[in-house]
Ligand binder design. Structure first.
Ligand code: 6PG
Length: 475
């Protein structure tokens, strides 16, 4: 075989990734279960580079130089296992299979270990950037053993996005580390999008702005510290008018947000690890709530949608901008905390500062802010939170009054801001000298003799609530 990389799965992401490799001068073999799709890729884009058609996985394997590099880009889940099961008997020890889909990181760990039994090397590669990113340079988050990365990393680095000649691709850690990081990337993506949506809702409902006017504000913000891909495309979506109704498109899109699962996985992993990713969790719940249309209608009918509280308080758009920035910083901090915890539990040794670095371009959450986060984490690699680094401690402290005004106005005006308010509560809780968790511990001890610790002496204690209420030291 003479091809350097094989790609199986010619849906839009796989096709564009294959074209990206070919455009960079790599010799690429392409395969799809339904051959006509792979044929179309070679026919339509063959002029862009060296694209060879493989009509079967046997042909794909035969087309590749050794050790073989096969990239699997199919819908995550059982489809990935089906392809791998079919590939394994065709491959030789030392060959590399890279799953570039949005796999659950636990599946990636399982596949890595299963393939190792056959001497086949497996990488779980997080790829972000949608269709355009796959074609023009995505952010790439590979998880693999070092020797596996040596085989495929150089290829991935060439086709990834670049910032100042640095690839937005680095070995994140072994086996499931790359997909874990991609999962958290998507969780942050959920929080970012919900924050933007809350900002837009406040513009409309507190400030009476039409979508076109809100679009202008987002366009302006895209030239500030909020500059990011998502803020930029928000301006475009809000400015879009609908041909059918001649009104704003956003007004005729059904208000039920869908999800394919990465946000849910982020929250599930966070619960398992005990990491409070409250912004991401509220963003994920907000999607679920929006889709729960029958319950929304029933409760709206039962309770009414008008609150007898006074007229909505107004907030300046500059408060909104500051609140969004502070909340965005907090949700990134929470996401990075989750990576830190996952890495510790799995012994992955993920270098945290590398993540914002490879997210600076190519991916959906690319943002000006990520350069500053990278710098803060490089300077303070052992900071227990991004919020504890001097740069971001200052940035958030300065914007806290605006965040508080915005959440206050939203609460008063009856505008739901689940992520903004969760983030504010998180900041207030982390900063509190004393938390009412003391009372929770007291209650647990009352009904279940679960014991508590004291602030003034070591040991575990129990109060004899049902008897004479004396305190005893518990075993
Ligand atoms: C990316 C995106 C990509 C995809 C999400 C959408 O980084 O390129 O995150 O992976 O758009 O899977 O996820 P939901 O369907 O769950 O919103």
């Amino acid at each position: 075989g003479h091809a350097q990389v094989g790609v199986t799965g010619m849906a839009v992401m796989g096709r564009n990734l294959a074209r990206n490799f070919a455009r960079h001068g790599f010799r690429v073999a392409v395969h799809n279960r339904t051959t006509s799709k792979a044929e179309a890729v070679v026919r339509e884009f063959g002029h862009e580079g060296d694209l060879t058609l493989a009509r079967s996985l046997e042909e794909l394997v035969a087309a590749l130089e050794r050790p073989r590099r096969v990239i699997v880009m199919v819908a995550a889940g059982p489809g990935t296992d089906a392809v791998i099961d079919e590939l394994v008997p065709l491959l030789d020890p030392g060959d590399v299979v890279a799953d570039a889909g949005n796999a659950h990181w636990r599946d990636t760990v399982r596949r890595h270990d299963a393939l190792a039994e056959h001497g086949i090397r497996f990488a779980g590669v997080g790829v972000s950037g949608g269709e355009v990113g796959a074609l023009e340079g995505p952010s790439v988050m590979p998880g693999a053993d070092a020797d596996t990365y040596a085989e495929i990393g150089p290829f991935l680095e060439v086709v990834s996005a670049h910032v100042d000649d640095e690839p937005c691709c680095t070995l994140v850690g072994p086996d499931g580390a790359g997909h874990f990081v991609k999962m958290v990337h998507n969780g942050i993506e959920y929080a970012d999008m919900q924050l933007i949506a809350e900002g837009y809702d406040l513009m409309r409902r507190l400030l009476g702005m039409e979508p076109a006017a809100a679009a202008e504000v987002f366009r302006e913000w895209d030239g500030t510290e909020l500059e990011s891909y998502l803020v930029g495309i928000t301006a475009e979506v809000l400015a879009q008018s609908d041909a059918g109704t001649a009104g704003p498109l956003v007004d005729v899109i059904r208000d039920a947000a869908e999800q394919k699962g990465t946000g849910r996985w982020t929250v599930q992993s966070a619960l398992d690890l005990g990491v409070p990713v409250t912004g991401i969790a509220e963003a994920t719940m907000a999607r679920a709530l929006s889709g729960d249309t029958a319950r929304r209608a029933a409760v709206r009918d039962a309770l009414g949608d008008q609150d007898p509280a006074g007229p909505p308080a107004r907030v300046p758009t500059d408060d909104l901008r500051q609140a969004l920035y502070a909340a965005k910083v907090v949700s990134y901090a929470q996401g990075l905390d989750l990576v830190r915890a996952g890495s510790a539990e799995q012994c992955w040794d993920v270098e945290l500062a590398e993540l914002p670095r490879i997210w600076r371009d190519g991916c959906i959450i690319r943002a000006r802010l990520l350069a500053d986060i990278t710098e803060a984490l490089e300077r303070h690699p052992d900071a227990p939170s991004l919020l504890a680094t001097p740069t971001f401690a200052r940035a958030v402290t300065e914007r806290l009054p605006a965040l508080r005004r915005v959440v206050g106005a939203a609460v008063q005006g009856g505008v739901p801001v689940p992520v903004l308010s969760a983030v504010l509560a998180y900041l207030d809780a982390l900063r509190a000298e004393r938390l009412p968790a003391a009372l929770v511990q007291g209650l647990r001890d009352y009904f279940g003799a679960h014991t508590y610790e004291r602030v003034d002496r070591p040991g575990s204690f129990h109060t004899a609530w049902a008897a004479d209420r004396t305190e005893v030291e518990a075993g």
